[in-house]
Design a binder for this molecule. Sequence first.
Ligand code: HEC
Ligand code: HEC
Ligand code: HEC
Ligand code: HEC
Length: 197
Amino acid sequence: MEVLITLITLAALTLGLLILARKYRVSLSQNKAAFFWTLVLVALTIGSLYLIYTPPGTRMGPEQPIPFSHQLHVGVKSIQCQFCHPYVDSSIHPGLPPVEKCLYCHNYIIAKHPQILKEHRYFNTKTPTPWVKANYLAEHVVFNHQRHIKKEIECQQCHGAIETMDRVKGRYFYMEFCIQCHREKKANLGCWLACHS
Ligand code: HEC
Ligand code: HEC
Ligand code: HEC
Ligand code: HEC
């Protein structure tokens, strides 16, 4: 969608410029400075459009309410993904761990750490930890982890080296990414039947 909007905007801009250029062909050659600044303005517009429509996932991972580190928990402490994301192979929603799960360990491990005290506050007030979502998928796309994990596709193939990340850097999943692998693995390419609702 974002790509489409950007393309349409670009097309409209180009068309407008072409019309203007035709109309003022003579005066253009006499007003090189004005022409130059117009170009600069157009470049700036395109630049800011690009920034606006760059999906959040392509920049640094979002700051989280608690600086939870996959690098520490998965990379160093070797906790299994499924311990914290238990529904990943049985439901459409892999789930983010509830506070109870953190406290299962942290009632004993570094129990007085300020960040863990914060977890206790969430627990005592029955507030779910307001984790910030890192991954994005267009709303009309049906994605189901189950089918993929049953085929033994590694989490890392889609999520990158999570075990090295202090702050999960999500991504925006474009269709091209899905299609590429489906083509390689000879999976369903009937997009409208398979992926789009
Ligand atoms: C000790 C618990 C724990 C373990 C183990 C764990 N995670 Fe997570 N995971 C979390 C928490 C908490 C979040 C939400 C905060 C964040 O994004 O860092 C999260 C977020 C994520 C996200 C981003 C979700 C989104 O879109 O916002 C992905 C992807 C993910 N984990 C994949 C994995 C994978 C793959 C593994 C194993 C290699 C793994 N996790 C192991 C706790 C865990
Ligand atoms: C299976 C046990 C286990 C679970 C579950 C677990 N942790 Fe940890 N966590 C650890 C260990 C071990 C350490 C390292 C403690 C140390 O530094 O001595 C740690 C360290 C931390 C730290 C301190 C990092 C630092 O910079 O010092 C934070 C914050 C933290 N965990 C948050 C969480 C959150 C939030 C969850 C739930 C999503 C969670 N942990 C789930 C075992 C666990
Ligand atoms: C074939 C690609 C693929 C594989 C393999 C994969 N994921 Fe995902 N994952 C995605 C996509 C796409 C999303 C975004 C879905 C959405 O936003 O609805 C996602 C989202 C998530 C989320 C965030 C869910 C939420 O509710 O915000 C977690 C957690 C997660 N994945 C964990 C895992 C774990 C753990 C594994 C391995 C056991 C794994 N994923 C394997 C593609 C994949
Ligand atoms: C790394 C490879 C890989 C990636 C990336 C991937 N897929 Fe798949 N996908 C597969 C395989 C292999 C199957 C076949 C699973 C089976 O046969 O049960 C599959 C099956 C599916 C199915 C079930 C199709 C059916 O036959 O009903 C859907 C829906 C689907 N994928 C959607 C997606 C979407 C959406 C994305 C992108 C966000 C994606 N996939 C990314 C490998 C991948």
